[in-house]
Ligand binder design. Structure first.
Ligand code: ATP
Ligand code: MG
Length: 654
């Protein structure tokens, strides 16, 4: 049996309002243009959205799959596209970044100011010997210098590798070694949960004996740091004294832009390589159309850390290529109070807000009184990314954050896809809570069985991308064999060329809309039925006492695998139920809402779930506990103590 059984039924629909449709950026003409001439459409997008120092004549070269070349004979400068041209067009006074530090300090930079800073940084980096093709590791808090550094590196045609500031010295060293980085840009420290956490000290421990020649240090935490003369330099000295004139050189479209390691939800992170022209085209196109961006009036905020792909594509490159005004926030959502995010939306009148289901569920857990205390009436579009959003979390997001009217775009994509691939378009799509719905115009994908044949409507299978796309990964840094094996081998011989297999399962409903079902490695086989984690988790979260859940398949003598669930209760209900009562109620609830076959064998009430540093649930670790094994690799886990707490709770429950 290939397909994944589908049990969840969700019939609520939310069509766009007539007012929204009247001003919508994306119209049905967009989809029609993409459908009639896909490559011509992408060529038009690349020309309309970007400035090419030298125009391209060919859109796609797919002569050596899976290594695509987009707009290959065109030349451009990515930083020029994000900065100079907006200033030249007369928008230099528009705010690019409203940055807010965790302790409450803030700084706004216009496009003219950001351009000047990036030019200075580019001159400073060039003075340190950085040239096109060099790799530079960034290990920074979310401060304007992170954006400035990325753009300065791009301006020189060099390659950045941003490493999330929560990773250990060993993880940082592994990434520096893998990319053979010549320079590290870091800060003394950054603010998190009301305290300064050191970054420079971790870099000191990581760079010893590596290829790193210099460490450039932004002053932020003002904590004490050790200093290695000759190697270490202060950013404010090196960049502060540099010339503010810098002419952007044009590089070929396929010049590499960055390496970024995946979140590591399923195993060892992969160093995904992206290049310039195609990537910038698709991030700009999706940022504009998916979020309905009106750059003159909107204030956009994506809460992702710049260390993740979402931070690259939808904090740095997409919004800045489009000349958007955005909020950038350094700290955690609950510092110094649990309403901090909502306070920022009120302060900056944020109109487009993009975050992850894990954050939404954690706010649901705390209760709606917290956001209700702030004026969120500026919000007009909401986005979600990172995991499937359960219908109940979707409804809460729309009602409580979106004032009951804001469309939600549930965007499916990956580090490897570079940009959004599947999402509703807010002025066109009639929304279905929990469904990412449709490939964006210009993207071709399918849901297939194990043999590559498309599934029938109403069934689940494997999500594959059937045609190359502009922002697709150009490889795994230094390991093209692994790139081919991981993504392209399963359907290498499909008619019409190899299919990209994304690793995720999806269901096509009767209308042809997509429902992401989680990773296919996580699909459970219970008495011959293939069940998805996402649907059972959604059923659990649809019960009013539940805030979050994670479901795994555990070995079972009679059924092959059995459903085991881990559940976090909502704060206001946690005291009303003993764990035994809650577990009994919820087992019954799953059975009645989706069917007896999905009834969990066991439900454990827990206080936390194991998550990656990007906030995704690591089900393989829960499967280890559920099957009584030693817990596997936890290096990408945000909080390693949670697994101990969960195992203790399970022991107590017997
Ligand atoms: P690794 O590949 O190292 O295990 P990862 O897959 O978590 O890590 P990312 O590239 O950050 O690393 O995440 C992409 C994955 O996130 C997708 O493959 C999918 O499983 C999940 N995802 C992202 N957006 C959505 C969404 N809107 N709906 C459902 N799942 C999503
Ligand atoms: Mg992945």
């Amino acid at each position: 049996m290939n397909s994944i059984d589908s049990l969840l039924h969700e019939s609520r629909r939310f069509p766009p309002s007539p007012e929204f449709v009247a001003n919508a950026v994306a119209t049905p003409a967009l989809a029609a243009a993409a459908a009639s001439d896909r490559l011509g459409f992408w060529g038009d997008q690349a020309r309309e959205l970007l400035h090419w120092h030298q125009p391209f004549t060919e859109v796609l070269d797919w002569s050596n799959p899976p290594f695509a070349k987009w707009f290959a004979d065109g030349r451009l400068n990515v930083a020029y596209n994000c900065l100079d041209r907006h200033v030249l067009a007369g928008n230099g006074d528009r705010v690019a970044l409203h940055w807010e530090g965790e302790p409450g300090d803030s700084r706004s930079l216009t496009y003219a100011e950001l351009t000047a800073e990036v030019k200075k940084a580019a001159n400073a980096l060039a003075a340190l010997g950085v040239v096109r093709g060099d790799r530079i590791a960034l290990y920074l808090p979310v401060v304007p210098e992170a954006v400035i550094a990325m753009l300065a590196i791009a301006r020189l045609g060099a390659i950045h590798s941003v490493v999330f500031g929560g990773f250990s010295a060993d993880s940082l060293r592994a990434r520096i070694d893998d990319a053979q980085a010549k320079l590290v840009i870091t800060a003394d420290g950054g603010w998190r949960k009301g305290k300064v956490f050191p970054l420079k000290a971790t870099v000191d421990a990581a760079v010893e004996g590596t290829t790193v020649e210099h460490v450039l240090v932004v002053r932020r935490g003002e904590n004490d740091v050790e200093w290695t003369e000759g190697r270490d330099l202060w950013w404010h000295e090196a960049v502060g004294t540099a010339d503010a004139e810098h002419e952007a050189e044009a590089f070929e479209s396929e010049n590499p832009l960055f390496i970024l390691y995946t979140s590591g939800t399923t195993g060892k992170p992969k160093g995904i390589l992206h290049s310039s022209g195609g990537y910038l085209t698709q991030v700009a196109y999706t940022h504009k159309n998916v979020f309905d961006l009106h750059p003159e009036t909107d204030v956009y905020w994506c809460t992702a850390d710049v260390g993740w792909i979402t931070g690259h594509s939808y904090v740095v490159y997409g919004p800045l290529a489009n000349g958007a005004t955005q909020v950038l926030y350094e700290g955690t959502p609950d510092t110094p109070h649990p309403g901090r995010w909502w306070e920022l939306i009120e302060k900056y009148k944020v109109s487009i807000f993009y975050t992850a289901p894990t954050a939404i569920r954690s706010f649901m857990k705390l209760g709606r009184e917290i956001p209700d205390a702030f004026d969120l009436s500026s919000i007009r579009v909401l986005g979600s990314v990172g995991e499937p959003i359960n219908p109940e979390a979707w409804i809460w997001y729309r009602e409580v954050i979106g004032g009951g009217h804001a469309p939600i775009v549930d965007t499916w994509w990956q580090t490897e896809t570079g940009a959004i691939m599947v999402s509703p378009l807010p002025g066109i799509t009639s929304l279905k809570p929990g469904s990412a719905q449709t490939p964006i115009p210009g993207i071709e994908l399918a849901v297939v069985n194990d043999d590559g044949s498309p599934v029938e409507k109403g069934s689940g299978g494997l999500l594959v991308i059937t045609q190359p796309w502009p922002s697709m990964a150009r490889g795994i840094w230094g390991d093209n064999d692994r790139f081919i094996e991981t993504y392209w081998e399963k359907f290498a011989d499909a008619p019409g060329g190899p299919l990209y297999f994304a690793g995720d399962g999806a269901r096509l409903d009767e209308d042809g809309d997509l429902w992401l079902l989680g990773r296919v490695d996580d699909v459970m086989n219970v008495s011959g039925h293939r069940l998805s984690t996402a649907e059972i988790e959604s059923a659990l979260v649809s019960h009013p006492i539940v805030a979050e859940s994670a479901v795994v398949g555990a070995h079972d003598e009679t059924t092959g695998q059995a459903v085991v669930a881990f559940v976090i209760l909502r704060a206001e209900h946690a005291a009303d139920h003993t764990p035994e009562q809650a577990s009994a109620v919820l087992r019954g609830h799953v059975a009645t809402s989706i069917g007896a076959i999905a009834r969990p064998r066991e439900i454990f009430i827990v206080a936390e779930l194991p998550k990656t540093r990007s906030g995704k649930i690591m089900r393989r670790l829960l499967q280890d506990v559920a099957e009584g094994r030693a817990i596997g690799d936890t290096t990408t886990l945000a909080d390693t103590s949670v697994m101990q707490i969960i195992s203790d709770r399970m022991d107590a429950a017997g």
